[in-house]
Design a binder for this molecule. Structure first.
Ligand SMILES: Nc1ncnc2c1ncn2[C@@H]1O[C@H](COP(=O)(O)OP(=O)(O)OP(=O)(O)O)[C@@H](O)[C@H]1O
Ligand SMILES: [Mg+2]
Length: 240
């Protein structure tokens, strides 16, 4: 995830859905731009994730609307948008102290938006760099073990996260974790013959995530958590 000022991003103070005011870009990736924003009804600070697949999309001249600029890729754009909207749907079903809280999701500007609680704190990637990957007892009990419980909760709700990695975990000021980014999540158990959109993260995704049809399950998320522990202790992803 790059923390640049994405040129295609919405401008400061733009209002979406008559409710959410854009403040600034927090991050941008291949598929989305994440903004800090404000709910005009409550005044609360929020995080807003906008579907914006950088390879396929461009901003309209009105600086709001998004369109698929790659000829012949409209179908892929719609498939990815559907997966993006599923993130909001799945997150709306979850309520757990170590999972970012869902607030809203909707389509506007010909794209999709997910509004979440704004998490203060830093990503686990940043945290580990700052703390030189130290593995002390407090960090194991306050940060790692709650993640095990959180994955168990998600799996019991019939969901696989499928993208457990340091940049998808925020470490809050009290050391507790918040799991983010359900952009690759799916319902589980899967229907027989059901095809999965392939989303992978080098160093964290198990082999079965590289196939549309392979069998995936809670153990796939546990693999990623183990890969995260490897990164935590060794300072390098398991593979790149
Ligand atoms: N609710 C939030 N509060 C604060 N920061 C957030 C929030 N959600 C996301 N971020 C920031 O934005 C970054 C990207 O968010 P997220 O992982 O959901 O996007 P993504 O497009 O799926 O990224 P990637 O594909 O790289 O995983 C996070 O690593 C975090 O720094
Ligand atoms: Mg992410």
């Amino acid at each position: 995830m790059r923390k640049d000022n994405c040129k295609m991003a919405l401008q400061r103070n733009v209002i979406i859905n008559d409710t959410y005011q854009i403040r600034q870009v927090l991050a941008s990736s291949e598929l989305a731009i994440v903004y800090a924003g404000r709910d005009r009804n409550t005044g609360a600070k929020v995080a807003i994730k906008e579907f914006f697949p950088q390879r396929l999309a461009e901003r309209q001249a009105d600086k709001r609307g998004v369109f698929c600029s790659s000829r012949g890729y409209g179908g892929q754009y719609q498939e990815l948008l559907a997966a993006f909207l599923l993130e909001g749907e799945l997150l709306s079903k979850l309520d757990h102290p170590h999972i970012v809280s869902y607030l809203d999701h909707f389509e506007a500007n010909d794209t999709g938006y997910l509004v979440m609680e704004y998490c203060t704190g830093i990503t686990l990637t940043e945290y580990l760099n700052e703390h030189n990957h130290a593995l002390d007892a407090a960090f194991i009990t306050e940060t790692l073990l709650p993640l095990v419980d959180t994955l168990d909760y998600i799996h019991k709700q019939g969901i696989l996260h499928r993208d457990v990695k340091p940049s998808n975990i925020m470490v809050m000021e009290d050391g507790t974790p918040k799991l983010l980014d359900f952009g690759s999540a799916t319902r589980w158990p899967m229907q027989s013959g059901e095809k999965q959109v392939i989303f992978t993260s080098a160093g964290y995704s198990p082999l079965e995530f590289y196939s549309e049809k392979s069998s995936q399950g809670p153990m796939s998320d546990i693999y990623s958590l183990a890969a995260l522990l490897h990164y935590w202790t060794c300072g390098q992803p398991l593979w790149t």
